[in-house]
Design a protein around this ligand. Structure first.
Ligand SMILES: *Cc1c(COP(=O)(O)O)cnc(C)c1O
Length: 234
């Protein structure tokens, strides 16, 4: 099998599993698949995008976002999902249609400033460190309200929801409590701060946990290695 066929088979498996989990969701909500394309060459991204009804990809690094941007921008919507340094905001604003990894007031303020200069409003997600892991980025759950209060007056950003990276779990089922905890914060945020957003985004779940995330209310799952990885035989 060539690379494209492998990608196609794996994507179909992910898509099937997402649709099956969606059907079992208590709230009847929908989940969009984002393909995490770090290290994936543009030709494979274009092929994968051609398989998707509503193609969506996520880059981790600003350098990869800028390198592949021209090649993929007409084929897929592009989000930034990795850590963003303030000195790279200028390269990101206007390229990523959603910056999912905003985890400080300082970063939000810089995105707001650059967006104002560019004359646009940038959509962002607040990244929550749901496992309260000190080594990881993300707003601590107990600081979520403070973050939303702090950014209230920034006119050139629009917060559309939450993103989280759950701690690595041994058993798939163990992911569910982290995702459920994030979902509950999401509901609270939706009610208090982002009631004007028509389709709020809850981005959670990766290759090892996307079905659990769907079951717990994810509106978006970010899947990389399950589609592009080298592990062909399970
Ligand atoms: C790489 C990455 C993913 C996808 O991870 P896989 O385990 O390869 O599915 C999701 N989210 C972020 C932020 C990532 O960096």
């Amino acid at each position: 099998m060539d690379r494209y066929e492998i990608i196609k088979e794996k994507y179909k498996i992910v898509e099937d599993r997402v649709r099956n989990a969606e059907a079992r969701r208590a709230d009847g909500g929908k989940t969009r698949i984002l393909l995490a394309t770090k290290t994936v060459p543009a030709d494979e991204i274009l092929y994968a995008a051609s398989l998707m009804e509503d193609a969506l990809i996520g880059e981790n690094k600003v350098s990869e976002l800028t390198e592949k941007y021209d090649a993929v921008k007409d084929a897929a919507e592009i989000h930034l999902i990795g850590h963003l340094q303030t000195n790279k905001v200028r390269k990101t604003v206007g390229r990523a249609s959603l910056i999912e990894s905003v985890d400080s007031f300082r970063l939000a303020k810089e995105i707001d400033r650059v967006s104002a200069e560019t004359g646009i409003v940038s959509d962002i997600l607040a990244e929550i460190n749901i496992g309260c892991e000190p080594a990881k980025g993300g707003i601590m759950p107990e600081d979520t309200d403070r973050f939303f209060e702090e950014i209230k007056d920034l006119k050139n950003i629009r917060v559309c929801g939450l993103m989280t990276m759950a701690p690595k779990c041994e058993k798939k089922d163990d992911y569910r409590r982290y995702f459920n905890k994030t979902y509950r914060i999401f509901l609270d945020i939706c009610e208090k701060y982002i009631y004007n957003i028509i389709e709020p985004v809850l981005s959670m779940g990766m290759s090892d946990s996307y079905e659990e995330a769907v079951l717990e209310g994810a509106t978006e799952v970010r899947v990389g290695s399950a589609v592009f990885g080298n592990r062909i035989y399970k």
